[in-house]
Structure formats: structure tokens, C-alpha cells
Design a protein around this ligand. Structure first.
Ligand code: UDP
Length: 514
């Protein structure tokens, strides 16, 4: 197949009875769960407020979100899902290497090339199915080629971030002020420039998006992404204003563009059946899992998960397990890819399960995380500090044991521990992967036990963290309710990008107009 020959497929019921004046957002997400889940929730929230949303992507994207989108379509939301096949031959991507979060580093560039080749087919599809013509492209910041898509369509483009404003601003500042210039040691402490408060990072912890990888093509991609971010017409962030007003304002000022905070977007699923299957089909019966939690005291269970990408190595699995067991607290522990461990580890996990029967629940595979975190029995979260997980914990009013693994997670840890005061760190200082090289970093069982006891136990510090977490949760919910800051921003987006309004913005200066 050559570029552009693939047939687009409209999935699900689509929407034919739309309001022709309504805003029409075209979402171009990245198919990593941590990017995709909040992007789809944002699209559904905009659709709830009257916009038409078209979510586009390769089959690896549509497969992951199809059930969520179809259930929104069934409830009458104007949302479309359109699938475009990837051109393996043209991009050099091996067939089947379609998922950004599972890809070998050697295929990463071909993956980005393959996705970028969708520009032509997406544009042709959108033109062929107009009206309604798109009024705005909302693109994951990892899809810089959408700058050309939006320009060719003649509509504004907003970057979508599933990272808090604090972390985006820190990343931006270390890059724009060249904070690491002359610093040889990648583990040397450096103060993030341009902020009122002092936050210390290292280049290994916060190298900048795709920076510091000694592959020239990656550096070029990083530059391309940065150009596309700098030239965007605005930014949508899954956060809420009241949690970090100074960093939202700081990023808006640094970029000279409007920032719409629209989160916590997971609240779209509040009280809905889709909460348990948000993002994926769980590997366990969610109802059974919630019944298990029903039998526990309020606030007594610690939930342990390291997101959708991190894979603990065998020694770490054992240390973590023994630390959790020794903590004495009930726990739900999500073990990713448990089948991938050798028989010795699998046997160890079975024995652990037998020892902690009734007190510890292991989930092997995808967990209904959003549903578990919102259960009253859960009182703390051991997390890798992926931003979605962190925000979901905030929304549930939970204190955290912070255990960053890589990318923005070290900055998100600072957000939880130093800015919000709701986390206890296990003390990891280096990423598991740096410059595409894996490191062995082991957090011992004693450290795990102490951190869990500290977050789940009594005492003034633990109570203070819980109080702050609960206060934040109340603010998070208020932000999404009528009159709240996130809801106001969603409504503003829908209004600002309705047909006519969006065209005017593109003729004038979009940035000035916003
Ligand atoms: N998630 C889930 N079940 C799992 C693993 C992850 O529901 O077993 C969801 C989680 O609720 C969050 C997202 O997947 O919304 C993971 O994003 P995050 O930014 O926390 O971490 P990442 O996976 O990107 O490292």
C-alpha cells in the first residue's frame, strides 16, 4: 500500500443529526493509554457540551477506545471515531508494531513516520464528509505533523497535554533557559529556572521531551515537536485551575497562549458503567473487585499500580510484595504482564496470594483503576506518578506513596510531594531508563513497608496529607460542576470554536484573539 491509499472506516453509529453551527473538534491522540484515555474523555466532555468531536487514528488507537466511544454514541453524544490504516511499506514500520507504548526504540521513528503519513487521508476524509467542516484540531503534543493538517484545513490547532501545568512548565523552563548547560553529571542537582519557588531536578529526571537520547533522528523529532508546540493556537490540559493556578498562568505566559484546564476529565465517567472499563477491558470482574473492597474498613486499603507501561523486574516484584505484606495493610496490587515472569516469580506470587488471602488482592493485567480508586475502602495509592494516576488519586482524595519510573513522573512526584503535600516518596532518584539504556534500581522491602505505613498510618503528618488530599478532591469536583473552572473552560472551547467564530480566529491572530 502506498501513502494515502488506505480506506478510512467510520466506526459505530456516528452522528448525522448534528447542529451545523456547532464546534467540530478533530482529536488526533497518541495511542499510549496515558495519552489516549484522557484525550477521549476530553472529546466526550466537549460533546456533552454540544460540540461534534471526530476522533481519528490508526486501528491501534480505535481498538483501544471503541467501546468507550460506542457507549457515548449510544447515549446520544455527537462523537465520531474514524480509523485509518497505517502504511507499513512506506514508513518502514514492521507490521503489527502499532502501539507507541510497546514499540522497540529502533522502530520508534518509523512509527512516527507511519502515523504522520495519515495526514493526507485524514484531511481527505474530513473534506469528503463536510459539512460539518472541522473548526479546530486538538492534537496530542506528540503528533507535530498535525500543524500541517490544521494549516491545510485552515483551522486552529490546540495541543493536548495529559501532564500537569507544573510539570510542563518545569520542562519548558529547563529547555528554554538551557538549565543543564555546562552540567556534565546527569545526576547533578539543578534548580528549575524561572519559578518563584525552588525545585531541584536532575537532567536524568527531567531531560526535556525526547531530549538527551543520543540518536540524531530523535533529537530532530524533539525539535519538530517543540516547534509544533510553540506554534499551537492554545493548550488543553487535564488538570484544574484551583490546584495549580500559578503554574497554569506561568505556562500560558511562557508560551504566550491560552491554556484551557478541563480536568479532571475522568469525572466524565462518574457514576457510569464505563468507569470500570475506562481505557480498557479489565482483566478481573470489576463488580467482584468492588465487592471485595466492600468488605474492608473505609480508608484501610492501599492500591498499588505503576500504570500501563512500567514493568517491574523480577527482583523488584519480590521486594515490593514482601514490603506490602509486611506493612500489614490490606492491598490491591496490579501486576502488569504477570504471565511474562519466569516460573519462580509466578510461584512466588501464588504463594504470596495464599499467605495474604482475604487481605491482599492481585490483579494480573488491566485493572478497573478509576472504579477502585473511587471506592471508600481505598485509603492510599502507591503510584509511579503517571499524571493520570496522580490526578485520579487527587480526585479520589487519596494520599500517595510516590515511586517515579521515568519521563514526566519525577516532576509529577514533586507536584504531589512538594507542591500539594499529599505524597511520601520512596526516594528513587534516577529513572529506570536513561538515554535509552535500562538501569537496575531496586527499592527494598523495608522502604516499601515504611512508605506504606507512613501514608496509611495515623499521626499528624499522615492526617495532614489526608486532609489536604480531601480538600483537593472537593476542589476537583467543584471545577467540573456547573460554574466550575473546568466546566467554564469546556463551555468556552465549545463557544469559541463554533463555526464562524473559529474562522474569524484563523483570519486574525488566533493567539491575540484567545
Ligand atoms: N490504567 C487503568 N488500569 C491499569 C493501568 C492503567 O485503568 O491497569 C489507567 C489509569 O487509570 C490511567 C492510565 O491508565 O488513567 C495510565 O496513565 P498514567 O499517566 O497514570 O500512566 P502511564 O500508563 O502513562 O505510565
Amino acid at each position: 500500500m502506498t501513502s494515502g491509499q488506505g480506506q478510512a472506516a467510520i466506526l459505530g453509529r456516528g452522528d448525522d443529526a448534528h447542529d451545523t453551527k456547532a464546534a467540530h473538534f478533530v482529536f488526533v491522540p497518541l495511542n499510549e493509554h496515558g495519552h489516549l484515555i484522557p484525550a477521549v474523555d476530553t472529546a466526550l466532555l466537549l460533546a456533552t457540551h454540544g460540540a461534534l468531536c471526530t476522533i481519528v487514528g490508526p486501528p491501534s488507537t480505535t481498538t483501544r477506545v471503541r467501546h468507550t466511544v460506542e457507549s457515548a454514541q449510544q447515549s446520544g453524544l455527537p462523537v465520531r471515531l474514524v480509523e485509518f490504516p497505517l502504511d507499513y511499506a512506506e514508513s518502514g514500520l514492521p507490521e503489527g508494531a502499532d502501539y507507541a507504548d510497546r514499540i522497540e526504540p529502533m522502530h520508534m521513528m518509523s512509527y512516527y513516520r507511519a502515523v504522520a503519513l495519515l495526514r493526507g487521508p485524514i484531511e481527505r476524509h474530513l473534506r469528503a464528509h463536510a459539512p460539518p467542516f472541522p473548526t479546530c484540531v486538538v492534537s496530542d503534543f506528540f503528533n507535530p505533523w498535525t500543524a500541517e493538517l490544521a494549516a491545510s484545513l485552515g483551522v486552529p490547532r490546540l495541543s493536548f497535554f495529559s501532564i500537569c501545568a507544573f510539570s510542563i512548565l518545569c520542562q519548558h523552563n529547563v529547555e528554554r533557559f538551557n538549565a543543564y548547560d555546562g552540567v556534565e553529571d546527569s545526576n547533578a542537582p539543578v534548580v528549575v529556572p524561572g519559578l518563584e519557588r525552588s525545585f531541584v531536578v536532575t537532567r536524568a529526571q527531567a531531560p526535556g521531551f525526547l531530549r538527551g537520547i543520543p540518536i540524531p533522528e530523535w533529537e530532530e523529532l524533539a525539535d519538530y515537536i517543540e516547534r509544533a508546540r510553540a506554534e499551537a493556537d492554545g493548550v488543553i490540559v487535564n488538570t484544574f485551575l484551583e490546584m495549580e493556578p500559578e503554574y497554569v498562568a506561568g505556562y500560558a505566559e511562557a508560551r504566550g497562549m491560552k491554556v484551557w484546564t478541563v480536568g479532571p476529565v475522568a469525572l466524565y465517567h462518574q457514576g457510569a458503567a464505563t468507569l470500570a472499563s475506562r481505557g480498557n477491558v479489565p482483566a478481573v470482574d470489576a463488580a467482584e473487585c468492588l465487592r471485595w473492597l466492600d468488605g474492608k474498613e473505609p480508608g484501610s486499603v492501599v492500591y498499588v499500580s505503576f500504570g500501563s507501561i512500567s514493568q517491574a523486574d523480577p527482583k523488584q516484584v519480590v521486594e515490593l510484595a514482601l514490603g506490602l505484606e509486611a506493612s500489614g495493610h490490606p492491598f490491591v496490587w496490579v501486576v502488569r504482564n504477570a504471565g511474562g515472569y519466569d516460573e519462580a516469580v509466578r510461584a512466588f506470587l501464588r504463594e504470596l496470594e495464599a499467605r495474604v488471602a482475604g487481605r491482599g488482592l492481585l490483579i494480573r493485567g488491566w485493572s478497573p483503576q478509576a472504579a477502585i480508586l473511587s471506592h471508600a475502602a481505598v485509603g492510599g495509592f502507591v503510584t509511579h506518578c503517571g499524571w493520570n494516576s496522580t490526578l485520579e488519586a487527587v480526585t479520589a482524595g487519596l494520599p500517595l506513596v510516590t515511586w517515579p519510573h521515568f519521563t514526566d513522573q519525577f516532576l509529577n512526584e514533586k507536584m504531589a510531594v512538594e507542591v500539594l503535600g499529599i505524597g511520601v516518596s520512596v526516594g528513587v532518584k534516577e529513572p529506570l531508563t536513561y538515554q535509552a539504556v535500562k538501569k537496575e534500581i531496586l527499592v527494598g522491602r523495608d522502604v516499601v513497608e515504611a512508605a506504606v505505613r507512613s501514608v496509611m498510618g495515623g499521626g499528624e503528618e499522615a492526617e495532614g496529607r489526608r486532609r489536604r488530599a480531601r480538600a483537593l478532591a472537593a476542589k476537583a469536583r467543584a471545577a467540573m460542576e456547573e460554574g466550575g473552572s473546568s466546566q467554564a473552560n469546556l463551555l468556552d472551547l465549545v463557544k469559541r470554536f463554533e463555526t464562524g467564530a473559529a474562522a474569524k480566529q484563523v483570519q486574525g491572530s488566533v493567539v491575540d484573539g484567545i
